[in-house]
Design a protein around this ligand. Structure first.
Ligand SMILES: CC(=O)N[C@@H]1[C@@H](OP(=O)(O)OP(=O)(O)OC[C@H]2O[C@@H](n3ccc(=O)[nH]c3=O)[C@H](O)[C@@H]2O)O[C@H](CO)[C@@H](O)[C@@H]1O
Length: 367
């Protein structure tokens, strides 16, 4: 390990990356041999800065946002800008999280400059190259050249081994989202004023590309019908700013008296809402990981999940977006307290909040 302070560039492009890298950035800032530099790529600039700010983190270098480009052009733009940034700053380590264009660009730019790259949340796989698109492709590409692959679970590590990723790069670390969640929950954030009154509120989010169009409309219409049949149930719906998701949300649930639609929440408000909710209904990856740690049943609005650990633990169910399936799953939770109690047992397959420590502890081995 080098004797001087190591510059660790953390590249962040979207809200979930900010949440999952925040515990690492904050820990690096308290680590004597490390200096974190946060680089934002503007992939999701509207949500990103607010999320970082909520963790007390400022972007050190901001790559300017450009009007939405095609996937390939966006990747090329980010690689070029990161390459210039790495040349200027000269980091000893580059860290990125997940499966976004930003994460792939960071990995490639680091590889070409021969800077060791650390991949947080490595080894998630759907098994289908085109689904989720393009994330599954990004995940596989990143694994090949990462110096450290931080797998959240043994299963994720096994996925990497099955792809013949070099074994000495693979470490099971848990998922830093649990660090972020538990740190935030410990501060006892107040419930947002807009959160519906009553004991049975569904926390609903949907914004994934795979859900766009008819699947999202069908799932939200099913929620609407369920509300009509269950006047004691409410929905709290932080709506993603993506217009494709927002327009359907407003159209289907915007006028329902038991539904409160809200702009995207700060992470603190989201965590407080999750703690107060009855059930979490979502197509988000992060919420699937978080809700079981708070003992909240999760119904997954996708046809498959890269997080089978939650389903196996009994805390989550894949319901897809078909009307009968969504209504059936919600009705079962409403009618059977045994089913509800079984799903509401807290589950921690992603660790108990010490993942950032494990990841930072691995870094000296690649300096
Ligand atoms: C294909 C896939 O599954 N990819 C995933 C995707 O992430 P995602 O699907 O989890 O993305 P979102 O749902 O946007 O974010 C969720 C986070 O945001 C918080 N939240 C939510 C609403 C709100 O109003 N306020 C908030 O604060 C919430 O608690 C949670 O922590 O990309 C990540 C990056 O690479 C990957 O890690 C991850 O696999």
């Amino acid at each position: 390990m080098a004797s001087s302070v190591a510059c660790c560039v953390c590249v962040v492009g979207t809200r979930p990356e900010a949440i999952k890298l925040a515990p690492i950035i904050k820990l690096l800032a308290r680590t004597p041999w490390a200096k974190p530099v946060t680089v934002t790529t503007g992939q999701q600039s509207d949500l990103l800065d607010n999320t970082l700010c909520g963790f007390g983190i400022q972007s050190d270098v901001g790559i300017p946002y450009e009007t939405p480009l095609d996937l390939g052009s966006n990747l090329a733009r980010i690689i070029e800008r990161l390459d210039q940034t790495f040349q200027r700053i000269g980091p000893q380590i580059v860290i990125a999280q997940g499966d976004t264009t930003t994460a792939l660009a960071a990995c490639m730019a680091a590889f070409y400059r021969r800077i060791p790259f650390v991949h947080v949340e490595a080894g998630l796989r759907s098994g289908e190259l085109n689904s989720p698109y393009p994330e599954e492709y990004h995940r596989r590409m990143i694994a090949i050249s990462a110096a450290i692959n931080c797998a959240p679970t043994e299963r994720a590590a096994q996925n990497l081994i099955n792809e013949k990723v070099s074994r000495d790069t693979i470490h099971v670390t848990g998922n830093t989202v649990i660090d972020a969640l538990l740190q935030t929950a410990r501060a006892k954030p107040p419930i947002p004023a807009q959160f519906p009154k009553g004991d049975k509120t569904i926390l609903l989010t949907t914004h994934r590309r795979e859900s766009f169009g008819q699947p999202m409309r069908e799932a939200l219409s099913a929620v609407r019908s369920f509300l009509d049949a269950n006047p004691d149930v409410s929905v709290f719906f932080p709506v993603h700013p993506n217009p494709t998701a927002r327009d359907v949300a407003l159209d289907v649930l915007g006028s329902h008296p038991q539904a409160v639609l809200n702009p995207a929440l700060s992470y603190r408000d989201l965590v407080a809402s999750m703690q107060k909710s009855w059930v979490v209904l979502t197509d988000s990856g992060g919420l699937q990981e978080e809700a079981p740690a708070l003992g909240k049943p999760v119904l997954i609005l996708r046809d498959s999940t890269e997080r089978p650990e939650m389903v196996e633990a009994g805390a989550a169910r894949i319901v897809g977006t078909r009307r009968a399936s969504v209504i059936g799953a919600l009705s079962e939770l409403a009618q059977s307290s045994a089913t509800y109690q079984r799903m509401a047992r807290p589950a921690f397959p992603y660790g108990k909040g010490n993942s950032a420590g494990r990841i930072v502890g691995l870094l000296p081995s690649i300096l």
